[in-house]
Design a protein around this ligand. Structure first.
Ligand SMILES: Nc1ncnc2c1ncn2[C@@H]1O[C@H](COP(=O)(O)OP(=O)(O)OP(=O)(O)O)[C@@H](O)[C@H]1O
Ligand SMILES: [Mg+2]
Length: 223
């Protein structure tokens, strides 16, 4: 029997709490008949047709690609959201013998990675400068709240179809740092005894922005 341990973000309101039962039922259904929305190194993301929520299932043995458990990951998403950063609305983390899951809002759009790899059209009202200026502002807000994403590659930035705006996803490697910490230095990662230096969020966004401009120049006819 499905007997999960459910954790909801601390800021979840009473009315949103009522959604938990519905989300759990959808999670059960999705496990029976999963439709894959996307996949990364640490998780697979599934949805049900016509549903506004999706499920990220953590891939077994993906520890070296993830530092946070599902509970920590939704807490960071909720913090980011509270700081005014556009991220999928986190609904709950679920730990069960069937696996570890995050239930969250489905973003109607695609990651930059999928857009590049599959030649998916850009959102109809995509405006290059607006998109990247907005993303830079989101990073300023995020970092201002002490949160550092640390994994802002093209698979972790989505373009929302209706607005043409950026959405930041995947807080599996993120941290909340205090003043005296260097948030981009992680001891004992990916393995005990090793030291990992992450790229700064701002630098990763600058690199992505340049890569997108080059992509647009190469595919001028498609824009
Ligand atoms: N809320 C969402 N709505 C729609 N699609 C999503 C959502 N979250 C993730 N995806 C899709 O699923 C893919 C994998 O999700 P995510 O980046 O969280 O996994 P990951 O394994 O942690 O990735 P990484 O390889 O960066 O570690 C994303 O690139 C995106 O295409
Ligand atoms: Mg990812």
């Amino acid at each position: 029997m499905f007997n999960p341990n459910v954790i909801v973000p601390r800021d979840t309101s009473e009315s949103e709490n009522g959604e938990t039962e519905r989300a759990l039922r959808l999670l059960e259904k999705m496990l029976e008949n999963p439709v894959e929305l996307g996949v990364g190194r640490a998780g697979r993301v599934f949805s049900l047709p016509e549903q506004s929520i999706c499920i990220k299932q953590i891939i077994d043995g993906s520890k070296e690609f993830s530092l946070n458990n599902v509970k920590e990951e939704i807490a960071l998403m909720a913090e980011a959201r509270g700081a005014g950063v556009r991220v999928p609305h986190p609904m709950m983390a679920v730990q069960a013998k069937e696996g570890d899951f995050i239930v969250m809002e489905t973003i109607d759009g695609h990651s930059i990675k999928d857009i590049w790899a599959k030649g998916i059209p850009l959102p109809p009202n995509y405006d290059h400068d607006r998109f990247w200026d907005t993303l830079e502002r989101l990073i300023t807000r995020l970092n201002g709240a002490g949160i550092h994403h640390r994994d802002l590659h093209e698979g972790n930035v989505m373009m929302e179809w209706t607005t043409g705006d950026p959405v930041i996803i995947d807080f599996g490697l993120s941290c909340q740092a205090f003043d005296e910490d260097d948030p981009y230095r992680e001891v004992d990662f990916p393995r005990v005894g090793e030291l990992h230096l992450f790229n700064r969020d701002r630098d990763q966004v600058t690199q992505l922005r340049v890569k997108m401009l080059k992509y647009l120049q190469r595919n001028r006819t498609r824009v």
